[in-house]
Design a protein around this ligand. Structure first.
Ligand SMILES: C[S@@+](CC[C@H](N)C(=O)[O-])C[C@H]1O[C@@H](n2cnc3c(N)ncnc32)[C@H](O)[C@@H]1O
Length: 255
């Protein structure tokens, strides 16, 4: 096995253990706030659901910064919902399109949260492998990860995982235009008419057509930018982290 570092383009805080082309890759992520490593298995030969995407790394870094300095964190307005007054319980988080699961696992570890990571059925065994691989770090930090299949727009899947989440996370889930509507419909099932749950999405804009997703989203949800990463070398845009929350449904005719 070869340990590759920055010279191979790996981002700061990450290293990859290569077992050979087309073989599983174990990638290690250093989480500074808890001085621990998370290990994620990627299976690049099996497609895009089995690789770590750039927006995921931005979200993990933001969570790490949040744990170190919540006051300065752009995520504070969203993550402090259960830590005020008498309601001091662990956050309940849902991740959509988790892929390798790094974001959800990192959120559980860094926030001591109960996190449900989800994806299409064929992705679940790798997600479960990654959750199990980090069970020691999860145990040491009080977080919990549940793995569940959730296909966007399958109302039955949403019903099974429930709607009672404080925060919904996702990274790099806006890419194929035929998925815009299913993702928005799933968000509507989860957030519709409720202002108390936020959807936090990290997105690296690659195509002009992405704006159609945001145009549609703004009709159903309030949308704001929480954070913008500086572009990586050779790129014109950086990862942007958005917050969506439900628009209150006002009944016409009522005083
Ligand atoms: C570009 S990958 C991003 C993966 C991961 N979030 C990351 O940032 O590394 C998009 C993810 O969305 C998932 N996905 C695509 N269509 C989906 C659907 N209809 N229902 C649920 N998940 C879906 C894919 O399986 C994949 O894991």
């Amino acid at each position: 096995m070869l340990l590759s570092g920055d010279e191979n383009g790996d981002t700061k805080g990450q290293s990859t253990l290569h077992a050979g082309a087309g073989e599983p890759q174990l990638q290690q992520h250093y989480i500074r706030s808890i001085d621990s490593m998370l290990t994620i298995r990627q299976l690049p030969s099996q497609g895009l659901s089995f690789q770590l995407w750039p927006a995921a790394t931005t979200l993990v870094n933001l969570l790490d910064d949040h744990r170190r300095d919540p006051i300065k964190s752009p995520l504070s307005p969203v993550l402090s919902v259960t830590s005020n007054g008498l309601d001091c319980r662990p956050l309940k988080i849902l991740e959509l399109g988790s892929g390798t699961g790094l974001v959800g696992i990192a959120a559980a570890v860094m926030l001591g949260a109960n996190v449900t990571v989800t994806d299409l059925p064929h992705v679940i065994s790798n997600l479960q492998f990654n959750a199990d691989s980090n069970s020691d770090v999860l145990k040491a930090n009080g977080g919990n990860v549940v793995v569940s299949a959730l296909s966007w727009v399958e109302a039955g899947d949403v019903e099974r995982v429930g709607r009672e989440f404080d925060v919904i996370l996702a990274s790099d889930v806006v890419y194929h235009d035929h998925l815009y509507e299913p993702l928005l419909q799933t968000l509507y099932l989860l957030l519709g008419g409720r202002e108390t749950t936020s959807f936090v999405m990290a997105h690296l804009r690659r195509w002009k057509k992405d704006s159609a997703f945001f145009k549609k989203a703004k009709k159903a949800f309030n949308v704001e930018v929480l954070y913008e990463d500086s572009p990586s070398e050779g790129s014109r845009v950086g990862v942007v982290v958005y917050r969506f929350w439900g628009k209150q449904i006002r009944k016409s005719g009522l005083a």
